[in-house]
Design a protein around this ligand. Structure first.
Ligand SMILES: Cc1ncc(COP(=O)(O)O)c(C=O)c1O
Length: 472
């Protein structure tokens, strides 16, 4: 207890820290194996969440205990059988790095001395991992912000000075596959391009952007005096994990002189694995890319990267001079001159520590293991007469559905049946899965991006699916 502090603790710091470390260690242990079901939220916790602000202090250990109670009954993506959406898995060193970064509360808005060195090195590590010749980059809060950041640079490239003038009556467009993430649309909304000018290009049978349709769309826009801002290739779509043909898209980008951005928020770590590296051929031609370290690089949220090839591309879009953010001669650019955010936590530390502790080889193997789990899942699905694989996995996403004999001919009923099955699985709690609609078919859509998941967990997923489907 330190009487000099205006916000004193009621117990010695070390005591609180020791208990917090125990809570974390217990959580990590509980993530080693899946639990039988999700525990109910007690009436006491529900009641407590309804109370108003209290004036007097509460013992810190009691508050910690309450927080533990709420965390224990929250859905944690760190658990090995969390297969829904695209999870993150709270890698241990990432958690510790977060605690350290928060402790020192470094702010990367302006120069932060050593932290700047680590951020620069972590960006280099990430670029090396996927073999991208980057010129500049930044850590951001997620794929949404990374895409927006890159597309701001693209807008400035296509329409120089538009950051000052706005579109000024000019029409502009973005091109992406019809299964690109919504963040591309949101970026168009924010950048003044307008969501109606996102050309949603049809996909081929592998769910990749159709390159002929893309060329036609660009030609039509050019004819109509609409300025192409960027082609957004998705390297690992959220829905199916499809990787657009980067090489083909890069030659179209080159032919028309258009910026090529790769949204690899989910899938880009696949470029580090030998079995899927070929899918990312042409990566080096991209002007920019996004990659979420809080997805398939296993780190706790929030941690994403945007990398650009031209080292001035970000500063062209973001640099500015304010009387409270001066430039000095030694440091012509502040971090805020290269990214969207002002106050920015030291997110780089967790990627830096994770890559230091585990090294590139362990990382490549972990990604490869998830790819193997997706293949296993697909094989198990194919071996079951009542399960249908909707798409061979390109990365680590496996959309499949249950097709009972009596519903075989009725797509509407099949859709309702599969949506209901997912709900039942979520209630059951042994695995956590989300539903999706692929080619009009409602399905189960597991995504394997967790370093804790084992092949046994994949088998349990299929067993639980069969067991609960049989009871319907
Ligand atoms: C391909 C893709 N892009 C962008 C995003 C948005 O990422 P975030 O949720 O980190 O903002 C996602 C999220 O799943 C994604 O899958």
């Amino acid at each position: 207890m330190n009487p000099r502090l205006s916000l004193p603790l009621d117990i010695p710091r070390r005591e609180l820290l020791t208990r917090a470390a125990e809570v974390i260690a217990e959580a990590w242990q509980s993530f080693d194996a899946a639990r039988a079901s999700e525990p109910d939220i007690s009436a006491a916790l529900r009641d407590l969440a309804q109370t108003g602000l209290h004036d007097s202090p509460m013992p810190a250990l009691q508050a910690l205990d309450q927080a533990k109670g709420y965390l224990d009954t929250s859905l944690s993506q760190a658990r090995p059988r969390y297969f829904a959406f695209i999870g993150s898995s709270g890698l241990e060193v990432g958690v510790l790095a977060d605690a350290l970064a928060s402790t020192f509360d470094v702010n990367l808005a302006t120069t932060a001395r050593s932290a700047d060195l680590i951020e620069a090195q972590a960006l280099r590590f990430a670029a090396e991992l996927i073999d991208y010749p980057f010129g500049a980059g930044a850590f951001t809060s997620g794929g949404m912000v990374s895409n927006l950041t890159a597309l701001m640079a693209a807008r400035e490239f296509a329409l120089p000075n538009s950051r000052n003038t706005g579109l000024n009556g000019r029409a502009a467009a973005l091109y992406c596959s019809s299964e690109a993430h919504y963040s591309v649309r949101r970026a168009a909304e924010v950048l003044g391009i307008g969501a109606n000018f996102v050309r949603s290009i049809e996909i081929d049978q592998h769910h990749r952007m159709d390159t002929k349709a893309l060329t036609h769309a660009i030609e039509a826009d050019l004819k109509a005096n609409i300025t192409p801002i960027a082609i957004v290739a998705t390297a690992g779509t959220t829905l199916t994990g499809a990787v657009d043909s980067i090489l083909s898209l890069s030659s179209i980008a080159k032919q028309f002189g258009i910026w090529l951005h790769i949204d690899g928020a989910y899938g880009l770590p696949g470029a580090a694995a030998s079995s899927t590296k070929h899918l990312f051929a042409g990566l080096e031609h991209a002007n920019s890319l996004s990659m979420d370290a809080h997805k398939w690089l296993y780190l706790p949220k929030a941690c994403s990267l945007v990398l650009v090839k031209d080292k001035h591309a970000l500063s062209r879009a973001f640099s500015h001079n304010e009387s409270y953010m001066l430039h000095d001669q030694d440091q012509p650019l502040n971090p805020v001159d290269s990214t969207l955010e002002y106050s920015r936590p030291f997110r780089a530390l967790k990627l830096w520590m994770a890559l230091r502790v585990h090294g590139a080889t362990q990382y490549r193997e972990a990604i490869e293991r998830n790819i193997g789990q997706a293949k296993l899942c697909a094989e198990l699905v194919k071996a079951e007469p009542e399960l249908e694989l909707l798409l061979e996995p390109q990365l680590s996403t496996v959309p499949f559905r249950h097709v009972p004999k009596h519903l075989e001919q009725n797509e509407t009923a099949l859709n309702a049946h599969n949506l209901e099955l997912v709900k039942k699985m979520q209630l059951d709690g042994r695995v956590y899965i989300s539903s999706a609609v692929v080619d009009g078919k409602a399905c189960l859509r597991p995504c394997f991006v967790n370093f804790r998941t084992s092949e046994d967990d994949v088998r349990v997923l299929i067993d639980v699916t069969k067991e609960l489907a049989a009871k319907m």
